[in-house]
Design a protein around this ligand. Structure first.
Ligand code: PLP
Length: 295
């Protein structure tokens, strides 16, 4: 049976000195209408979000997600989220998850209602899709041009390329295009030939005994799952690095993965129709780590 939980948050100033924020939370019926028709998140996609994986009621890497929420808010000129308030909201949502199984907690901070004085914020918890098969079987991907150069984020910060905004229509369109091309997912590449990220995941390549990922230079999200997996690999003495990766390097990869908070590590088994070796054992060990409690 699927389950869902929702909490509306009354955002407070980032320097609010309270220690208990429960009075700023209001549980709502997750299946009832809740947003005003003037909501700018729905009218314009003007807001930011985070998706936190939950395993057996434990929200994974909460701090990294909150840090990225604050980073996205800064890029979007939204009021800075109060970290402790949001952490408590995550804890409340996690406490409403079933004791076993995987879920997803979403944090949403919107510009608010048109002409209204304050942002709108809410947190939901829901059952996660079953990703067992994709973690084992893997994904076929195609490269898709994202339409801008590697230096665009620095020249045009108003494109908000490093923020996790609610405007995901382009990302969803890329996945549909990948499916039209007989693949499961996409890897965005810059118009000048560098690898970026997938529409909803980070990319990790194994080149020999090094693990590399595209440098989060403002044009892509810095993935919390990639960050966590790199810490895990580094703790085992393995070499990891952020690099500017030419598209040609994809063909040299000894293995590759799409990684994200809910799907976790999905091995890539083909890029643009060319098979990539899948290391089942290594992928299984990545997912064992990613399913263990992580903070
Ligand atoms: N890049 C994009 C565009 C994403 O949407 C996501 C996750 O949704 C990621 C990367 C991976 O981020 P994380 O590992 O924090 O889920």
């Amino acid at each position: 049976m699927t389950w869902r939980f929702a909490l509306v948050i009354e955002p407070v100033a980032s320097d609010d000195s309270r220690t208990d924020f429960s009075a700023t939370f209001r549980e709502i019926d997750p299946s009832a209408p809740a947003l005003s028709v003037g909501e700018l998140s729905t009218q314009r996609g003007d807001g930011i979000f985070e998706s936190i994986g939950v395993v057996d009621r434990h929200p994974q890497e909460t701090q990294a997600h909150l840090d990225r929420l604050v980073h996205s808010a800064g890029l979007c000129d939204l009021p800075s989220p109060h970290l402790e308030q949001w952490r408590q909201a995550v804890d409340v949502a996690a406490a409403h998850c079933p004791p076993e199984g995987e879920g997803v907690i979403k944090l949403i901070l919107s510009r608010g209602v048109e002409h209204g004085p304050t942002p709108t914020a809410w947190v939901t918890a829901a059952q996660a899709a079953d990703n067992t098969a994709v973690r084992k079987r893997g994904v076929r991907v195609v490269t898709l041009d994202r339409g801008y150069g590697i230096d665009t984020p620095a020249r045009a910060p108003w494109l908000l390329l490093g923020a996790k905004t609610l405007s995901y229509a382009v990302n969803m369109a890329a996945i549909r295009e990948a499916k039209r091309r007989d693949a499961d997912d996409a890897i965005f590449v810059s118009s000048d030939g560098f690898v970026l990220e997938a529409p909803t995941a980070s990319l990790i390549l194994r080149l020999g005994d090094r693990y590399v990922t595209p440098a989060p230079n403002g044009g892509i999200l810095h993935g919390t799952t990639q960050l966590s997996l790199f810490e895990h690999l580094a703790a085992q003495g393995l070499q990891t690095g952020y690099e500017v990766i030419p598209v040609a390097s994809l063909a040299r990869a000894d293995a590759a993965w799409l990684v994200s908070s809910v799907r976790l590590a999905a091995p890539i088994r083909a890029i643009d129709g060319v098979d990539v070796a899948v290391d089942e054992e290594l992928t299984a060990s990545f997912n064992r780590y990613l399913l263990s409690p992580r903070d």
